[in-house]
Design a protein around this ligand. Structure first.
Ligand code: NAP
Length: 309
């Protein structure tokens, strides 16, 4: 039996090395696979894989996303019915995302765009000192990534709130669930999106949401581009409702060369690089899930197809 790897050509070698370092007997194939389809028992995949292809493998017992998100493999036609899907939860992935969030929260909190503009104009002028205790951070999504970022922001002294689907308790964080989002938004100076992309969260960052924030708020989105309406974000920036945005994700990706986000003076952007999977870090959980799938045990980081994450 074999595992099929499906990712960018530049990354597949690292995956092969990481997995075979832990299990030298593991048989790996690269997508596209021209051999006997009955040989494939698991597919470990990232975006770009034609989901209809998954139906070619009669002995498939596990599909693993190469990232924390699974929206790429739950869109129609989705994985074959009954085949479990696992995602990645990983210390390095979480650490990297929190770094991206802290970088951008501090960038806006410490008026870095204003000071850079002053530097370019050789202006020696001290802006009013920012007050950490009064800069309210609101996090959409309190999962593996959102909860870690929340704790680290609390440690820096920011007042932090967070929103999840089900009620949650995180020390030092004011938590909101479901319909209570509007309450959190009214008290959020920097909004951070770390939600999974599901039918319930797609397009959430729209005109209504953006204009529920205090005027001059900031937006950080490192979740998925389809969480936000690009025209609404641009309009909110242009009208001063948003004072700035740090964006790592777009719809579509790569961001087209003519997108106004590239040159917008209030936008800092990164090319979906906030937190990148390191194969050697996640290989142990992939190998463990393969073992569990073979022995019929419950899987780590199993995705619920009903909620989409
Ligand atoms: N840009 C990058 O480089 C990058 C890297 C990694 C991940 N990501 C993105 O980050 C996302 C989050 O990852 P994660 O590991 O933190 O996911 P996770 O552990 O599954 O957490 C998801 C959080 O979102 C909440 N949520 C889901 N649907 C909701 C809804 N309808 N209303 C309110 N809250 C909702 C969940 O609520 P409950 O707690 O109630 O379940 C949970 O708190 C991924 O799906 C991926 O899209 C981006």
């Amino acid at each position: 039996m074999a595992v099929l790897l499906s990712t960018k050509a530049a990354a597949v070698g690292d995956w092969e090395a990481a997995l075979t370092a832990l299990d030298p007997a593991l048989v790996l194939h690269r997508h596209p696979f021209a051999g006997d389809p009955s040989e494939i028992e698991a597919v470990v995949m990232w975006t770009g894989h034609d989901l209809a292809d998954l139906r070619r493998y009669p002995n498939l017992r596990l599909v693993v996303s190469m990232g924390a998100g699974v929206d790429h493999l739950l869109k129609p036609p989705g994985p074959p019915p009954g085949v479990p899907v696992a995602r990645l939860v990983d210390t390095r992935l979480t650490q990297a995302m929190s770094e991206w969030v802290l970088l951008n929260v501090l960038r806006f909190h410490r008026q870095d765009p204003e000071y850079r503009a002053q530097q370019a104009a050789r202006i020696w002028h001290e802006l009013p000192a920012p007050d950490t205790a009064r800069r309210r951070i609101g996090i959409l999504g309190l999962g593996a990534l959102g909860a870690d970022a929340a704790r680290k922001l609390v440690a820096l002294g920011f007042p932090v709130s967070g929103w999840s689907r089900r009620p949650k308790a995180i020390e030092g964080v004011a938590t909101y669930a479901g319909q209570d989002l509007a309450i959190m938004l009214r008290q959020t100076d920097i909004l951070v999106c770390l939600l999974p992309l599901t039918p319930a969260t797609a397009g959430l960052i729209n005109k209504d949401l953006l204009w529920s924030l205090p005027r001059g708020a900031y937006l950080l989105n490192a979740a998925r581009g389809a969480h936000m309406s690009a025209p609404c974000v641009l309009r909110a920036l242009d009208r001063g409702q948003l004072a700035g945005a740090a964006l790592d994700v777009f719809d579509p990706e790569p961001l087209p060369a003519d997108s106004p986000f590239w040159t917008h003076p209030k936008v800092v952007l990164t090319p979906h690089a906030a937190s990148v999977t390191i194969p050697s870090s996640v290989a142990p959980q992939v190998i463990e899930n393969l073992r569990r799938a073979r022995s019929g045990e419950s899987l780590l980081n199993l995705v619920d197809p009903a909620t989409g994450y």
